[in-house]
Design a protein around this ligand. Sequence first.
Ligand code: HEC
Length: 133
Amino acid sequence: MTRAASVAAVVATVIATLGAAACGGSEPQGVFTQSVCPPVDPPTYASFGMQLVERYCTSCHDSAKTGTQRGGAPLTIDFDTLSLLRMWTSQIDKQAAFGPAAENQLMPPAGKPAPTDDERRILGEYIACEVAN
Ligand code: HEC
């Protein structure tokens, strides 16, 4: 291959890769963590869930927020009450929780205050407890 041809081949590969990423359709999906609700002292909304989402999520995912206040968060994906949060348990797990099968860090978006690894692990357990409720 000539030098020009090999450069062209690399450029074509890069464009194909970027194109595939851009045209993927839906948002990037994480993997279900397979977390389990601990039988002893399980995390609850009052002891853990509410503070976690208030600290790291509801700056964008809040049903009272509209337009640019949402930081791009899709309308209706809100966690500012327990009943709203319960509508999104599997998505929260796949976007932000750590567990035996996955360590998901798609949310919060890069550059925003993010939970520690420990908090993400407890988030996985907490979500499992909500699903069991
Ligand atoms: C700075 C604003 C912001 C914060 C803070 C934020 N998000 Fe998001 N969220 C977004 C945006 C923008 C999208 C849509 C684009 C995307 O999915 O990347 C989104 C999408 C989502 C989705 C839907 C993804 C899907 O398509 O299944 C979930 C679930 C989610 N976020 C959970 C969370 C959780 C949990 C937290 C807190 C740990 C959080 N987000 C914090 C902005 C935010």
